[in-house]
Design a protein around this ligand. Structure first.
Ligand SMILES: N[C@@H](CCC[C@H](N)C(=O)O)C(=O)O
Length: 277
């Protein structure tokens, strides 16, 4: 099969985006892994599949697969790239698009300056939402991994996140604690692990070890999770700039009952065709 694709990136978190509106696509896990493979395929952190909606209040359905072929619920940087993709491909001329994901509707909007703002919906701090096996109702959960004991915040942004506060991102044990926490038995569906350094109440640095992809240059839902977890602990203001290894994002959250808003770039890198068995 010859499969046309678009390569996109949001803050260096990179995507293979496929048009499932003008063609019907049913890819198996091996084919998805091949697309994501940086040596034997195209290479990306996630594969995004744009499809017609299955519910009447949505304009499109958008499915997300990690590079290891697993399907996931949500992707923040991907949502911004999705919005740019449907605009550039002539699939929609609306500035605001209603998108069906595995965890409900999200609403990306292309701004006049080309940045994309996404209403990412409500954060959920209930451990069962991730799921996470908790032994306390407090905002911070003690946990042991890789022979160390520390505290994490847990939050679902549709997909599961654990957030750790660190003194320095340069020396943060991302490679050691990331995999240990990601596959920790207290996260039965695994978790994305964020390492957050607070610079001041309006600016943080963040590195994320992602489920199904390893450390990425940026994670949009990870940025939302880190900011809401910091606000909930009284450490951050309602509007925060998030520095990632791939650039900056703005995240806003007015508190419980309010959706999280995220603004950042979305860039088309190239178009191509891959031979896929
Ligand atoms: N890079 C993403 C998140 C992609 C999914 C994640 N790895 C998971 O398994 O939940 C983002 O920008 O949010």
């Amino acid at each position: 099969m010859r499969l046309p694709f678009t390569k996109m990136q949001g803050l260096g978190n990179d995507f293979v985006v496929l048009d499932g509106v003008r063609q019907t696509l049913a890819l198996d896990r091996a084919q998805l892994r091949r697309l994501g493979d940086r040596h034997f395929g195209i290479g990306c952190d996630q594969i995004l599949l744009v499809e017609p909606p299955t519910r009447p209040d949505a304009d499109f359905r958008y499915r997300i697969f990690n590079a290891d072929g697993s399907e996931v619920e949500q992707c923040g940087n991907g949502a911004r790239c999705f919005a740019r993709f449907v605009r550039e491909q002539g699939l929609s001329d609306q500035a605001e698009i209603r998108v069906e994901t595995a965890r409900g509707l999200i609403v990306p909007r292309i701004e006049a300056d080309g940045q994309v703002t996404v209403d990412m919906g409500l954060p959920d701090f209930t451990p069962a939402a991730l799921p996470f096996i908790a032994d306390t109702d407090l905002p911070l959960h003690p946990i042991e991994a890789a022979g160390e004991r520390f505290e994490i915040g847990v939050v679902s942004m549709g997909n599961p996140h654990a957030v750790l506060l660190v003194d320095s991102l340069t020396s943060a044990p991302v490679e050691r604690l990331g995999p240990a926490l990601q596959a920790h038995p207290r996260f039965p569906r695994q978790v994305n692990v964020g390492f957050m350094q607070i610079h001041h109440r309006g600016r943080i640095g963040l590195r994320v070890y992602e489920r199904g992809a390893g450390e990425t240059l940026a994670c949009g839902t990870g940025a939302c999770a880190a900011v809401v977890s910091g606000i909930r602990r009284g450490l951050l203001d309602w509007q925060v700039t998030v520095e990632t290894r791939g650039g900056e994002l703005s995240v806003r959250w007015a508190g419980p009952g309010q959706p999280v808003a995220m603004t950042g770039p979305a860039v088309t890198v190239f178009h191509g065709v891959i031979e896929l068995d």
